[in-house]
Write a protein that binds this ligand. Structure first.
Ligand code: AYL
Length: 518
């Protein structure tokens, strides 16, 4: 076995819940959350007060200990309050993409066993339709509530002074969804231990300073925004300027207004920073380090962005199942094309995915990761858990990679089915399942087609049902629109006679990928 160990000293496991860990790092007097568009802000003390008051209210309503709170909201300061109040009250939060259709929300509410749904008025109609047939008894609205729904402010009760007691290694603090290496999106069970150790591991390598602010446009419903921005910044005594959706002009304005030294981005934003004419009009000299993660970033684009902004451009790597960080580029120490070095307590292997033998140093194979940040498993899915976390506690990432002599990780390909559209996960199996419900489609396969702007575009191969004419791309898109969020939409369509499959009926995606590559 050829194990690559972290060069950092181990961090100790702390006995705190994720909310206790965040509270421990906060400066009560400092501004910790700012709503970017309005400038409305909360100090550390106000944040803690809000969390405890809401935790009291949730507990009084029976939505505290042991309950599942579904949180479906854009990045606003209240997001952080609701998340931590649920945790402080001893609950579990499942994070839902607010651009989901009612159909997708309904599925997640059922799968996660949600008891209450918290959202904003803009999504009230989706929420109302989505709770049909689920265990959700009530919809809570951040802001003024429409008829029949509860306003978040009405829930603020006498504070819950102490963290509700939970087992740090067993209790699921957050349940985000990820498709992992295959199949449909699954609930990723992350315990307090997972989240807290990943905060401490990342901070040991990333060196954030107290009172450092960053602009948080990456969604809190995805593990990148939730942990790397929200929890890690607050636990480091820093602050967040939230943006409800990405807008380049607002992003650039907020960077200069708040003089943020570090940016946390995804590849499409790297493209904008490297190429968009608007960037010329801004003095971005405050930016000393840019961290890009969640999808591949080419060395060329990374260099172009770094040179244009006169700053260090680097990458980090991880996945939802890793809470999410395993590799980071320490401050000022990025290498072009590399995804960083292992954070403390983290081991890696590069394995031949067929023979499971370790590859010689420098050669490509599947990346396996082991450490205390490896998820507890997939919710209600022991089979998927067993094929992902294998003997010895190694997590199979489904990514193809190698290490250089300095221990830097290079992701070179993806073995798993997953498509990344602008850093968002698209599970081919989910799109295929929806396509197969179309009466004129007999069979379907979906793969990612490389695209310079989005990274990959979901591309569908469809076989007409017997006696039917295959639908056009427009027809397919109109059909999927009510079923799938915009970013999962099929962008390219090819009608074929048959989908290539193995003897066991598995879609041979590699063949389709090779076919479009010419
Ligand atoms: P998920 N280069 C290439 N592919 C990457 C990279 C990278 N730097 N980072 C992530 N991926 C891909 O669960 C890879 O296929 O989490 C991986 O298995 O949505 C998949 O994205 C995981 O997708 C960090 C470290 C954020 C990690 C993250 C979260 C990653 C997204 C900030 O510093």
């Amino acid at each position: 076995m050829n194990i690559y160990k972290s060069t950092f000293p181990d961090v100790a496991l702390s006995d705190l819940t994720v909310t206790q860990r965040v509270f421990a790092g906060l400066d009560p007097a400092a501004t910790v959350l700012v709503d970017g568009p309005s400038g409305r802000s909360l100090t550390g003390a106000q944040f803690i007060g809000g969390v405890k008051a809401l935790a009291g209210g949730l507990t009084a309503r029976g939505w505290g200990a042991g309950k599942v709170v579904a949180l479906m909201a854009p990045n606003i300061p209240e997001y952080c309050v609701v998340f931590h109040a649920s945790v402080w009250a001893g609950g579990t939060v499942t994070t839902i993409n607010p651009t989901y259709t009612a159909h997708e929300v309904n599925h997640q509410l059922k799968d996660a066993g949600a008891d209450v749904l918290v959202t904003i008025a803009m999504f009230a109609d989706t929420a109302r339709a989505a709770i049909e047939g689920t265990g959700v008894s009530e919809i809570v609205i951040i802001g003024d509530a429409p008829e029949g729904m509860v306003s978040l402010s009405a829930l603020m009760g006498p504070p819950l002074a102490e963290q509700a007691s939970v087992d740090l290694d067993e209790h699921i603090a957050v349940l985000p969804y990820s498709s992992g290496t295959t199949g449909l999106p699954k609930g990723v069970m992350l315990t307090h231990r997972n989240l807290v150790v990943n905060i401490d591991q990342t901070l040991a390598a990333a060196d954030l300073t107290a009172h450092e602010k960053t602009v948080a446009f990456l969604p809190f419903f995805h593990i990148y925004g939730l942990q790397v921005l929200m929890n890690i910044y607050m636990a480091a005594g820093g602050g967040l300027v939230t943006m409800p959706r990405f807008d380049l002009e607002m992003f650039l304005n907020l960077i200069t207004q708040y003089q943020t030294p570090r940016l946390w981005i995804v590849p499409p934003v790297a493209l904008a920073l490297a190429k968009h004419p608007m960037v010329e009009g801004y003095d971005l000299s405050c930016v000393q380090h840019i961290n890009c993660a969640a999808a591949p970033l080419s060395a060329d684009l990374s260099d172009a962005m770094g040179q244009r902004l006169g700053t260090n451009a680097a990458q980090g790597y991880g996945m939802t199942e890793l809470s999410p960080v395993s590799h980071v580029s320490p401050y000022g120490k990025g290498k072009p094309g590399a995804s960083g070095i292992a954070i403390p307590n983290t081991e890696s292997r590069i394995v031949n995915p067929e023979t499971l033998a370790d590859m010689p140093p420098g050669e490509d194979g599947e990346l396996w990761v082991r450490g205390p940040q490896v998820m507890k498993g997939y919710l209600n899915n022991p089979d998927a858990t067993a094929s992902t976390i294998v003997e010895g506690g190694w997590l199979r990432t489904g990514d193809i990679a190698h290490f250089d002599v300095d221990g830097y990780l290079y992701i070179t390909d993806r073995l798993k089915e997953l498509i990344k559209y602008k850093g968002f996960q698209v599970a081919p199996a989910e799109v295929e399942a929806e396509l197969l419900t179309h009466p004129a489609i007999g069979d379907a396969a979906v793969i990612g087609r490389p695209d310079s702007e989005a990274g990959e575009l979901p591309m569908a191969f469809v076989v007409p049902a017997p006696g039917q004419t295959a639908p056009t791309l427009d027809e397919v898109q109109a059909y999927l629109e009510t079923r799938l969020a915009h970013y999962k939409q099929v962008r390219v369509l090819e009608v074929v006679e048959a989908i290539p499959k193995s003897a066991s009926g598995k879609i041979l995606r590699r063949l389709l990928r090779d076919q479009i590559a010419g």
